[in-house]
Ligand binder design. Sequence first.
Ligand code: G
Ligand code: G
Ligand code: MN
Ligand code: NA
Length: 248
Amino acid sequence: RELEIDLRRALALKQFELHYQPFLDLKSNRVIGFEALLRWHHPRRGNVPPLDFIPLAEETGLIVTIGEWVLRSACEAAANWPGDMVAAVNVSPLQFKSDTLLETVSSALERSGLPASRLEVEITEGALLDDTENVLATLHALRDLGVHISMDDFGTGYSSLAYLQKFPFSKIKLDRSFVAGTGADCDAILKAVAGLGTSLGMAITAEGVETDEQLNRIREERCTYVQGYLTGRPMTVDRIARFLENGQ
Ligand code: G
Ligand code: G
Ligand code: MN
Ligand code: NA
């Protein structure tokens, strides 16, 4: 497959770039961190969307080395950010289950000098399926390092409450479809997940907030954090300093 051949060479050819999207604390209205989002610039294909290549990277196992690069780059970038600014990094199910993950995380922290408390790992429910013992061991080992762990895209998969009970995530990220969606069902889900956060003592991020109306809604429901185009689009690393000076 042609795309696969290109993907295998992409790292060496330096075709990847990370963009960073801010997330804000809803109480203080201040940016507290940025999520690293992978971008692939291909000379002929143009910008290949993550949804077109991440599944392929996952299938072929390439996600493990790509993910190492993402972790290292994000930690290096975040080490230059002011204060306690956090870098949130998406870790795919295969990467999460690989035996090199812990070593990759600790060496990325060590090499960059970023304190573990300023790194957040985002996993989806796919990472938690089967092999519960090992999954729990990895989650606890990351937590023992001092890294925060978020449940990403919550509401789109199994959304099993058992996961939330078995492991205390720092944060639940409610998928943007429920924030952007209109209608009573999305509203009910937003309410329920916000309530779940309060009762389980987990922070809730509302993703994909694009309008003031949506922002008001998530404030009403007492979500903890907001991430979306309204409060900041993904940006290149060189724009972060200026964004933090002017943008908030
Ligand atoms: O940035 P965008 O909305 O296009 O991202 C689409 C999807 O790609 C999201 O589900 C996001 O979590 C995923 N994604 C973005 N960057 C990374 C990455 O570095 N690693 C992994 N595993 N997934 C990523
Ligand atoms: O699955 P994950 O939550 O990691 O993916 C985040 C994706 O959502 C990124 O690709 C990012 O570009 C996208 N995104 C972030 N904010 C918004 C938004 O306000 N609206 C839309 N449509 N997409 C967003
Ligand atoms: Mn994410
Ligand atoms: Na998400």
